[in-house]
Ligand binder design. Structure first.
Ligand code: HSE
Length: 308
């Protein structure tokens, strides 16, 4: 039976994963937004409650509203939707805050419509909301939230998402320094052209990373988690970046890099004990500064957005 109301958990995500700028991403489990979406007699999309952060109630100015409006413009239901957003992921954190809102609303509406759209189509609608926040239609945070696990965006137009396997023992540790970096600004500082040798290195790494996921090869995964294209330009925006990264690697992390556009830094570890050791090492770096921060340790969430 199709429901009239649904409550969902829309998880945070890590985009880029060092070697896969704008193409790779994975889904976290211990941090995410909650949303309640219900049908209304009145047609349209109405944001009725927002808790956690100050965001627009006007559906056309809210990422969750924009993606929802795109979906109903296509589905044309003879009813509307109310959206309540319980925001836990800070906007501008680099762990897919806008993406969680943009994908949560369309995931939920698709369920309330009886699931007429597949995951790729749901992601396509969510891209309309993501574009409002970041100025470009990229799906590298949306796809892992909607599909779960690791994803690779093969193409944005037409959208093609590949679902990659998740090694069982892989855990993420995130440190989020409480400064804000706007995705649009972090994109604006990137060069438009890169030296051929860097492009070759990056291509070899992204291919190796995908192979490592398929073969459970943690040694190869570690060697593939390098970013010669974006990190050199963006890392200067994140205070103590090099120290945090070294602390993580010296404590057994397989890799560490900027999460999405930053300022969060992500690491991957084999086993939860190692992920916790890395968490402590990264906390110790920031504990000696005046910058407030949060940390999260999470398994890789292979389910993605879920009903709760
Ligand atoms: N791939 C995007 C970027 C993710 O790094 O700019 C942030 O939205």
């Amino acid at each position: 039976m199709i429901k009239n109301e649904i409550k969902i958990f829309s998880p945070a995500t890590v985009a880029n994963v060092s070697c896969g700028f704008d193409v790779l991403g994975f889904c976290l489990d211990t941090i995410g937004d909650e949303m309640i979406i219900r049908k209304t007699n009145k047609k349209g999309v109405f944001i009725t409650k927002i808790e956690g952060f100050d965001l627009p109630f006007d559906a056309e100015k809210n990422v969750a509203g924009v993606s929802a409006l795109a979906m109903i413009a296509d589905a044309k239901p003879d009813f509307g939707f109310e959206i309540e957003i319980y925001k836990r992921i800070k906007p501008g954190s680099g762990i897919g805050s806008s993406s969680a809102s943009a994908s949560g609303s369309v995931f939920a509406i698709n369920e309330l419509l009886g699931r007429p759209y597949n995951k790729t189509q749901v992601t396509d609608f969510a891209m309309k909301g993501e574009a409002l926040a970041s100025g470009s239609e990229h799906a590298d945070n949306l796809a892992p939230g909607i599909f779960g696990g690791f994803t690779l965006v093969k193409s944005s137009s037409p959208l093609e998402v590949l679902q990659l396997p998740t090694p069982n023992d892989l855990y993420a540790t995130i440190i989020h320094p409480q400064i804000e970096i706007k995705t649009a600004d972090a994109r604006a500082i990137l060069p438009k052209l890169f030296p051929l040798q860097d492009v070759i290195t990056q291509s070899a790494n992204v291919g190796s990373f995908v192979h490592a996921l398929h073969t459970n090869d943690y040694e190869l995964l570690k060697r593939a988690l390098q970013d010669v294209i974006v990190e050199p330009h963006r890392s200067i925006l994140i205070p103590h970046y090099a120290e945090v990264k070294s602390a993580a690697l010296n404590n057994g992390a397989l890799g560490a890099g900027i999460s999405g556009a930053g300022p969060s830094i992500y690491t991957l570890s084999k086993g939860i004990e190692n992920a916790k050791r890395v968490e402590k090492a990264m906390r110790d770096v920031y504990a000696n500064t005046i910058i407030a921060f949060e940390t999260y340790v999470s398994r890789i969430n292979t389910e993605g957005i879920r009903e709760i």
